[in-house]
Design a protein around this ligand. Structure first.
Ligand SMILES: NC(=O)C1=CN([C@@H]2O[C@H](COP(=O)(O)OP(=O)(O)OC[C@H]3O[C@@H](n4cnc5c(N)ncnc54)[C@H](OP(=O)(O)O)[C@@H]3O)[C@@H](O)[C@H]2O)[C@@H](O)CC1
Ligand SMILES: [K+]
Length: 504
């Protein structure tokens, strides 16, 4: 699903009006009907409803919803904030329609002074102050109103966007002046800012309402961001030839593990095998010899000359992919071996965990990374490499810049892991759950992506399929085991079911 920016949504709105064709007031009515329907599904007509409408089309939606709910028998009070004396055309038209409906309990157009209504726990507030047209932080009376609503025990439904939240960049926004919704009914598609962890408590539950924005318009519009779905992943999966043998299914090299961190190498190797690779070799310090041989008998173990750390680059000529970093440690010996390994390796590479921490300690080396390298930082690792980011939007923007600058694929891991590609596009992964926030989960992802690269998937496809499978395996595991008890090993154990689901 493409994620359009506010400016693009505005254009698509116009495109739909011109090409469907439909009058803009009728498109608003379509949106309002979908919103009123969703409200009626959850709140009975016994619920007192207080609607707060702003001067733009978000307010227009809200006034139309007020009318529709009043017609259905709800007790509705509506407040329209017209401080500047200017309403959008469709907001003004809906004001007139609302006033002409005699069923509304109370309608007040606020021009100056405002005496807020009492909001108790049984009240439903419909927040239609601002949507995708918010262009600066809320201040003054609007900020006070938002704080008043947030402090009340009432339930809050936000139309399209919780008022005060920008649809994309909230880096310079005033977060205290943002509605905390229980439910956000967003139109057509989630907004970019909804995908960021720090915004979840403003949005509450999210429901996306289809208002039939022109399919043709959406297909024609290039979106920088999109959310991956199963239909995109299925055709990317490589079929196994009946004549496959282990030599034709990829030869992966994992450079992983140090003293006390042999488990990371084990997890990456097991995940790599479960992701369908023909052969895996694990290069690890001598101390991990036994643990690897016993835990992953399918893997070839290649021992470093050192007892406890990775110290010498490996000849990677015969391998079809390299995964490097899990449990590697950050000793200076390892750092030097790492950069030498990255420089001399010709096959596709995924670098994770301590490989990223080492790069963070030697930022000048970033320029020497081979083009097409895949980096898989979690937010803290990314900030270590790139410098502190104030929020997820800033981190995403910087990750995009870095991906373009280095010609790299950067997966910033999170609830919606974001794959930033060198061409500036970003793919968000929708699978996965909070149970996967557990040690070793990242090592498993590294193993999966290494396997896919080794099998011949292009970098972007290996990342997309790898993220999706990793999350899907975690989701299937969580259904059987619950989120609390989920371990990284469980993600590996459920990979077969994830593959089978996609191959169905
Ligand atoms: N395709 C779709 O998805 C459809 C979308 N629809 C709906 O349209 C909504 C977008 O409507 P919109 O463009 O009119 O913007 P909206 O959010 O109402 O605000 C604009 C007004 O707010 C003002 N303003 C801005 N910031 C401010 C601030 N900090 N403090 C004070 N004022 C501020 C701004 O004034 P300005 O600064 O421009 O003078 C302007 O007056 C969208 O969210 C959805 O609900 C549906 O109807 C149908 C199809
Ligand atoms: K809103």
């Amino acid at each position: 699903m493409k994620i359009f920016t506010s400016a693009q949504i505005h254009e698509l709105d116009k495109y739909t009006i011109e090409h469907e064709p439909i009058d803009s007031i009728d498109l608003m009515e379509r949106a309002a009907k979908a919103i009123a329907r969703s409200i009626a599904e959850e709140w009975s007509t016994a619920t007192p409803v207080v609607v707060f409408a702003g001067p733009g089309n978000n307010g227009g939606d809200a006034l139309a919803v007020a009318r529709l709910l009043a017609e259905q028998g709800y007790g509705v009070s509506a407040f329209l904030f017209n401080i500047t004396g200017h309403l959008s055309a469709d907001c003004a038209a809906n004001k007139d329609r609302l006033v002409s409906v005699k069923k509304i309990q109370q309608f007040i157009e606020v021009k100056q002074e405002f005496d807020p209504p009492h909001l108790d726990a049984g009240t439903l507030v419909v927040d239609g102050l601002f949507g995708s047209g918010l262009n600066k932080p809320l201040a003054g009376g609007f900020a006070s109103l938002v704080k008043y609503i947030n402090a009340s025990p009432a339930s809050v439904v936000s139309i399209d966007v919780p008022s005060g939240l920008m649809a994309e960049d909230n880096t310079y926004n005033v977060r205290a002046n943002t509605i905390h919704a229980d439910l956000t009914l967003t139109l057509q598609q989630p907004k970019l800012s909804f995908l960021f962890a720090e915004n979840q408590h403003y949005i509450g539950r999210l429901k996306v309402l289809d208002i039939r924005i022109s399919e043709e318009g959406m297909a024609k519009t290039d979106a920088r961001y999109h959310i991956v779905d199963e239909n995109e992943v299925r055709p990317l999966l490589k079929k196994r030839s009946d004549f496959a043998h282990k030599g034709s299914m990829g030869n992966a090299l994992l450079v992983a593990g140090s003293y006390g961190m042999g488990g990371a190498a084990v997890l990456a190797a097991r995940a790599c095998l479960r992701a369908g690779v023909g052969k895996v070799t694990v290069h690890s310090p001598k101390c991990n010899s036994l643990v690897l041989q016993i835990s992953v008998p399918e893997a070839v173990v290649q021992l470093d000359q050192e007892e406890t750390v990775f110290s010498e680059p490996v000849d990677a000529e015969d391998y079809t992919a390299l995964g490097i970093g899990p449990g590697l440690g950050q000793s200076e010996t390892t750092a030097i071996a790492l950069i030498a390994q990255l420089r001399r390796t010709q096959c596709p590479i995924v670098a994770d965990a301590d490989a990223l921490n080492i790069l963070a300690n030697h930022r000048a080396w970033l320029q020497q990374l081979p083009k097409g390298i895949i980096l898989t930082p979690h937010p803290k690792e990314f900030d270590r490499i790139n410098g502190h980011c104030a929020d997820s939007y800033e981190r995403l923007s910087r990750a995009c810049d870095m991906a373009e600058r280095l010609g790299a694929y950067i997966i910033v891991k999170g609830h919606y892991s974001a794959l930033c590609k060198p061409d500036g596009h970003v793919a968000f992964n929708p699978t996965g759950n909070a149970g996967m926030a557990t040690a070793g989960s990242g090592d498993v992802l590294t193993g999966i992506i290494t396997a896919l690269l080794a099998r011949g998937y292009k970098q972007a496809d290996a990342c997309t399929v790898g993220m999706y499978l990793h999350g899907l395996a975690g989701d299937i595991a969580a259904r059987s085991l619950g989120k609390e008890s989920l371990t990284a090993g469980d993600i590996i154990n459920y990979l077969p079911q994830a593959f089978m689901r996609l191959e169905d």
